[in-house]
Design a protein. Structure first.
Length: 439
């Protein structure tokens, strides 16, 4: 049932502190008691998170402290605000608050052990199924997942609830019974109390077979994600994370949907719905070349430019406005729209003598500006230079123009005017521009 040698084979070769998420219930108590008998007992720290949702929650924390002390395990208690936000379920609010409190504890190489078991896995698969989840959702909970600077592990994931109860009885353990576990208001409790006992009358090994299906889905999702990551490596631009639509078009719609889903997840978004994927596919890939779709998704805006799909945060692409004086001795200047411009010594760029003998100003585009570039004949309209360089329209409004004594000298990070270009052996400054770091 509980075999530390089997667990050892699944743990990293080396790790630091092993935190145990301890609620005081039978599952986490068995996990704590069992791990306290293993060779890792000196690395254990039990952590109780007080959500403040039960009148007795403080007493439960004291019970946990006593149990941990009896086992010789250090104990910590954290208090969180688990009130649900608008549109958030109480279950999700408590879970999010709990993990937000636990994550900062882990340093590089540390582990957090939670007490989910095989019945919990079954409930998760069923809930995902009822929500219409895809293969990744039906994979449910993995044994190990990245968490903060370390990893979250679930040592009891292949252990049945009955085996946990048998262990607790044999060891004479004492645990907390949360009265809300017997209420069926929440979806998970409804499944646990009303539906699963009925199903198990017909299929007694249901938890075992559903957990096996979750493993199959997990293996398939791992293979698909590896394929997606490999495919995206050749079609996702490193500069701005835009997605090459002509490359996506070479795949079937089903493959394209999966790649777009994976691309969005790489950018920190939740998996889009099937309807959202179809909208993205139709408006981004199947629209006319001159179309400029804007798709709102989870607070982001998806835009297309020159057969690339961009995922933007609108507030981080605020246009550059106004006028800034750049002190010559200052190497870095932060702008109100979150962007940063810098200058540093380089083998090519603006002559330092010009930089330190002229008034330096950053101004917004007004239209009609031209530049004569080094080694190119004639003056070029700035709009055409942006088009030639493939700079998307929204980025053109964010970038400032640099003037020396009110004469256009450069677009930081892109071009320097011929007249300002250092042509002698004198020192020179290269200019860089960085959009808002919260992109």
């Amino acid at each position: 049932m509980l075999d530390f040698q089997t667990l050892a084979q699944r743990l990293p070769a080396s790790f630091g502190t092993l935190y145990i998420a301890y609620s005081g219930g039978i599952d986490s108590h068995v996990l704590l008691h069992w791990l306290a008998q293993t060779p890792w007992r000196d690395r254990l720290i039990a952590v109780y998170v007080d959500h403040g949702l039960q009148a007795a929650s403080t007493l439960w924390g004291e019970h946990g402290r006593q149990q941990a002390q009896a086992l010789g395990v250090p104990f910590r208690s954290l208090t969180v605000n688990a009130r649900a936000l608008p549109g958030e379920s109480p279950e999700a609010a408590a879970r999010n608050a709990r993990y937000a409190a636990l994550e900062p504890l882990l340093q590089t190489g540390d582990l957090l052990a939670t007490a989910q078991h095989r019945e919990d896995q079954m409930e998760t698969v069923l809930l995902q199924l009822f929500r219409g989840a895809g293969i990744s959702g039906l994979a449910a909970m993995p044994f190990s997942t990245a968490f903060g600077k370390g990893h979250l592990i679930r040592p009891l994931l292949d252990v049945s609830k009955s085996a946990i109860e048998t262990y607790a009885a044999q060891q004479g353990l004492s645990w907390i019974e949360d009265p809300t576990n017997h209420e069926s208001d929440f979806d998970r409790n409804f499944l646990r109390n009303e539906i699963i006992p009925f199903l198990k009358q017909r299929w007694p090994s249901l938890d075992k077979t559903i957990a096996r299906s979750a493993r199959h889905c997990g293996e398939a999702a791992t293979l698909l994600n590896a394929w997606s990551q490999d495919a995206l490596s050749t079609m996702q631009a490193t500069r701005d994370n835009s997605l090459a639509l002509d490359a996506i078009a070479r795949f079937t719609p089903e493959q394209g949907h999966w790649l777009i889903r994976h691309w969005l997840q790489n950018l920190g978004l939740k998996p889009p719905t099937q309807a959202q994927l179809q909208t993205i596919y139709q408006q981004a890939l199947n629209a006319q070349a001159t179309a400029a779709p804007e798709i709102i998704l989870q607070g982001r805006v998806l835009k297309r430019y020159r057969q690339h799909l961009y995922c933007l945060q609108p507030q981080q692409w605020a246009p550059f406005v106004g006028e800034y004086h750049w002190p010559a001795e200052q190497p870095r200047l932060a702008l109100a729209n979150g962007a940063v411009v810098t200058r540093q010594l380089a083998c090519s760029g603006i002559a330092c003598t010009l930089w330190h003998t002229n008034r330096i100003t950053l101004k917004a585009r007004r239209g009609g500006e031209t530049l004569k570039l080094p080694n190119r004949t004639g003056h070029h309209d700035l709009k055409k230079l942006f088009q030639e360089a493939g700079i998307p329209p929204w980025e053109r409004e964010v970038r400032p123009l640099l003037y020396l004594n009110d004469r256009l000298a450069a677009v930081p990070g892109l071009w320097i005017a011929d007249w300002a270009w250092g042509m002698t052996a004198d020192a020179r400054y290269a200019l860089t521009w960085q959009a808002s770091q919260s992109m």
